[in-house]
Design a protein around this ligand. Structure first.
Ligand code: AMP
Length: 124
């Protein structure tokens, strides 16, 4: 499967769609999820064109991957969710219900998350 340049996060990265930015550098953008499932719900994406976690892990460089996850930790700390805890989730592909085909992780916190609940439908 080829990367779809018209996916919504690609449009955000090109500045065609606004976002509520939490953090940005030359490699990474973090922004508030438009439909938060928890009081803190932030998405972190690499600026590189990776479809999903599988694509990122297989085709990203070790430096890119290491830097990305170090920054996810820093961003969570900056959001203040690290002490009480947070969930980091990525939906990879169809079975996981991935909606946007640009690799992203969810940082979800600010409330106790029910045992076994997932990124979506966790309040059901
Ligand atoms: P998933 O691909 O299933 O991991 O989820 C995609 C996430 O992107 C969902 O939580 C959406 O609420 C979120 N989302 C979709 N469009 C936007 C947008 N324009 N700005 C911020 N978040 C978005």
């Amino acid at each position: 499967m080829a990367y779809d340049n018209e996916n919504i996060f690609a449009k955000i990265l090109r500045g065609e769609i606004p976002n509520n930015t939490v953090y940005e550098d030359e490699n990474i953008l973090a922004f508030h999820d438009i439909a938060p499932k928890t009081p803190v719900h932030v998405l972190v994406i690499p600026k590189g064109a990776y479809i999903d976690m599988d694509d990122f892990a297989a085709n990203g460089t070790a430096a890119e991957i290491g830097n990305f996850f170090a920054k996810v930790g820093e961003i969570a700390r900056g959001l203040g969710v690290h002490e009480q805890g947070y969930r980091m989730v990525t939906n990879n592909g169809e079975n996981a219900g991935q909606i946007v085909p640009h690799f992203h992780v969810h940082i979800m916190g600010g409330q106790k998350i029910k045992e076994g609940s997932m990124a979506r439908g966790m309040n059901n």
